[in-house]
Structures are given as structure tokens and as C-alpha cells.
Design a binder for this molecule. Structure first.
Ligand SMILES: [Ca+2]
Ligand SMILES: [Ca+2]
Length: 106
């Protein structure tokens, strides 16, 4: 009889220790993937994103591993959020990312 009580007690302790972990795993939400083309980060791809990227069109970032113009500082209109392909330059490829995802929301 004592052995059954001991086993039941150990089982209860085990369940009590595991239950919060199971609850946390079920309720935890993974962070959503970033929405490609969402330049301003508001959860959709719309004209605001396109106009922000268009204002930065032709600008380039500071020297970096993907630099386009070695030795030059970032141009005045440089907006790293609009550099959607991370090549340190805002060009048609960045606008195409927005066009492909235009209208999408998270
Ligand atoms: Ca947006
Ligand atoms: Ca780019």
C-alpha cells in the first residue's frame, strides 16, 4: 500500500512539474515571418511602402560587405529599410519585391 502511495505521489509531482511546460509550449506563439516588401513595418505592403522606396530610389548605403560605391558615405536619401535585397543600393529589384507582394498583409 505504501508503495502505491509513493508511486502515486511521484506521478503527481512529475505531472505538476511538466504541466506548466506543456501549457507554455501550447500558448507560445512564434513570431511571424517578416513580410517581404513591408518597408515601413506596419504589416502590409501598400502605396506607403512603394512611395518610401521610390523616394530612396538610386541611393546607396555606407561601405559594407555589399557596397556598390567603395569609399563613399551613404547618400542623403538612403533608407536601409527600402533595401529589400540587402545589396546596399535601392534600385528596381527592391521595387520589384514590393510589386510582387503588393496587397499582402500579415
Ligand atoms: Ca507597409
Ligand atoms: Ca537593394
Amino acid at each position: 500500500m505504501r508503495k502505491r502511495i509513493l508511486v502515486a505521489s511521484m506521478l503527481l509531482v512529475f505531472i505538476a512539474s511538466v504541466l506548466p511546460t506543456v501549457f507554455l509550449v501550447k500558448t507560445a506563439k512564434a513570431a511571424p515571418d517578416p513580410l517581404l516588401g513591408d518597408v515601413d513595418g506596419d504589416g502590409d505592403v501598400d502605396m506607403a511602402d512603394l512611395s518610401t522606396a521610390a523616394l530612396a530610389y538610386g541611393s546607396y548605403g555606407p561601405d559594407g560587405p555589399n557596397r556598390q560605391f567603395p569609399g563613399l558615405p551613404a547618400s542623403g536619401r538612403w533608407n536601409p529599410q527600402a533595401d529589400l535585397d540587402s545589396n546596399n543600393f535601392i534600385d528596381i529589384h527592391d521595387l520589384l519585391v514590393i510589386a510582387k507582394n503588393f496587397g499582402k498583409t500579415q
